[in-house]
Design a protein. Structure first.
Length: 182
């Protein structure tokens, strides 16, 4: 999250807040507001929030050992094997499973929008791809239903600016520099 926040300011994006989700073997997330990571007694566990089940996914128990059908249990990479018996990279982007994942991911984006009102939400990790993100934007628009104003969805819900999980490296260096200068 901090790496993407830093990159946004380097590219002269006028944002003061950002939420970042990484969807891979699990789901991790972070939020930055005015240059500060959000968290008090620990880091946020936004990957473990409960969600409304997709009507075509009611029989799937989820893969999270703690909650079953939390965000991580429903969209992380291992859910493809649990649902379909194959890895996500082998699932065609036309498969309805991607629509189901988009529905869940969009719910997480709506929650972040309504709770934190960030300037931007970024989705990265091995499961995220451009086709999935477009599906997420469509589901987000339906779920939010115009309740609050958000920027254009192509700029509001994005993929990382730094490829190959490079945001983490940028964030680590930026946080180290920040610690050294404070």
């Amino acid at each position: 999250a901090y790496g993407e926040y830093t990159m946004s300011t380097l590219f002269n994006e006028k944002i003061n807040s950002l939420v970042y989700y990484t969807i891979g073997t699990g789901v991790g997330a972070g939020a930055v507001i005015d240059g500060h990571l959000i968290g008090g007694i620990g880091h946020p566990e936004m990957g473990h929030v409960p969600l409304e089940r997709h009507p075509e996914d009611l029989d799937f128990k989820g893969v999270c050992p703690y909650h079953g059908d939390c965000l991580e249990g429903l969209v992380a990479g291992p859910t493809f094997e649990a649902r379909l018996g194959k890895k996500g990279k082998d699932v065609p982007l036309t498969d309805k499973t991607w629509d189901i994942l988009a529905y869940y991911i969009a719910q997480a984006a709506v929650q972040s929008t309504l709770i934190l009102r960030p300037n931007k939400i970024v989705f990265g990790g091995g499961v995220t791809n451009a086709t999935l993100l477009e599906k997420v934007r469509k589901e987000f628009d339906k779920l939010l239903n115009g309740y609050v104003t958000v920027p254009d969805l192509d700029q509001y819900i994005t993929m990382p600016q730094v490829k190959n999980n490079g945001s983490a490296n940028v964030g680590n260096f930026a946080l180290a520099e920040k610690l050294l200068t404070e």
